[in-house]
Design a binder for this molecule. Structure first.
Ligand code: PEP
Ligand code: MN
Length: 358
């Protein structure tokens, strides 16, 4: 073949490419018109029977050299792309995504602006055990200028024989302490039916790792006007995590804080593996504030400070950790909560670190 012949064939190929391009775009316009009609008539967009008919018609006319299976494959891709053209915007870009909203979401909780670029801390016992226990921690938390107090009233425990929390009484204790110390409280709710009740007691509703895909709970949290701290499920991908947040925002509640709390891996040195890179990924992909729970991710007191430093250095909006007046006698997570002295030191060291690196 001479260079000249090659040139002619290539030109022919370029022309054909452009013809195909024109044709698939022309087809796309027809698809859009069909989409509008279907929208008006509330018809389902995906119609497998119609797709099968089209494929049959196409392969009946196929004279080769492509095999029918190859032709079906190519056309299926065109069908898929067409369906995406008809789909609503939510499928293409989640409401929690930066694509949908480029500015950071800032959540105001009793004057605390979570997501404003400054670090925020959520500190408190694993579980609410008594008024005195919570009040002691509240005093220490307040003393450090921290506003957000945590404490579990409904504890989702691995064993049904372990302490399950004080339930509503726990929420009452939290509310009483919050009022007395002018703090904001956050606590986990596990039952969709409890969400409305929780609104009266809490400043932030926590949805725990074990319930990240409890879709009825997510919907209930999306129906109320109260900030939600959503923890990443221990086996959840980042996409599953952001879709869980989407359940909440799609019901109208956009005050969501995402919390990385470690994922389950083969590593046994820590309770879970802190997925630190999830923080910048979530910050890039969503407009929501992102916190890191250093207690449940590591399960080790000696790692609380270094992981908290790492969290803030990598761009987290806050850190959660557990504090108990006497961890040795705590009814849950006794091995990993800080006592008040450790907590004092933890905050001092963290502040020092931030000053040096600011
Ligand atoms: C908690 O924060 O009390 C808790 C149980 O955490 P997680 O859901 O991340 O295990
Ligand atoms: Mn705990």
């Amino acid at each position: 073949m001479t260079n000249n012949e090659m040139e002619i064939l290539r030109n022919q190929m370029d022309d054909l490419n452009l013809q195909i391009l024109d044709l698939i775009n022309e087809r796309a316009k027809v698809v859009q018109q069909i989409g509008e009609v279907k929208e008006k008539q509330s018809m389902k967009r995906f119609d497998p029977v119609r797709e099968r008919d089209m494929l049959n018609q196409i392969t009946t006319h196929n004279d080769g050299p492509f095999e029918n299976s190859t032709i079906e494959h190519i056309f299926k891709e065109i069908f898929k792309a067409s369906l995406e053209l008809q789909e609503d915007d939510h499928r293409k870009a989640l409401l929690v995504s930066r694509k949908k909203k480029s500015e950071d979401t800032i959540i105001n909780v009793k004057g605390e602006q979570i997501g404003d670029g400054n670090p925020h801390y959520v500190m408190g016992p694993c579980a609410v055990e008594s008024y005195e226990q919570v009040a002691q921690v509240a005093a220490a938390v307040k003393n450090k200028g921290i506003k957000l107090l945590r404490g579990g009233a409904f504890k989702p425990r691995t064993s049904p024989y372990d302490f399950q929390g004080l339930g509503e009484e726990g929420l009452q204790i939290l509310k009483q302490v919050a009022d007395e110390y002018d703090l904001a409280v956050i606590s986990e709710i596990v039952n969709p039916a409890d969400i409305e009740k929780a609104v009266d007691y809490l400043d932030i509703i926590q949805i725990g790792a074990r319930n990240m895909q409890n879709f009825e709970l997510l919907k209930a949290a999306g129906d109320v006007n109260k900030p939600v701290l959503l923890k990443r499920g221990m086996s959840a991908t980042i996409s599953e995590f952001t879709n869980a947040a989407e359940y909440i925002i799609s019901r109208g509640n956009s005050n969501i804080i995402l919390c990385e709390r470690g994922i389950r891996t083969y590593e046994k040195a820590t309770r879970n593996t802190l997925d630190i890179s999830a923080v910048p990924i979530l910050k890039q992909e969503t407009h929501l504030p992102v916190m890191v729970d250093v207690t449940h991710s590591t399960g080790r007191r000696d790692l609380l400070l270094p992981t908290a430093k790492a969290a803030l250095a990598i761009g987290a909006d806050g850190v959660m950790a557990e504090v108990h007046p006497d961890p040795a006698v705590a009814l849950s997570d006794s091995a990993q909560q800080m006592d008040l002295g450790m907590f004092d030191n933890f905050m001092n060291e963290l502040e020092k670190h931030l000053t040096v690196h600011s």
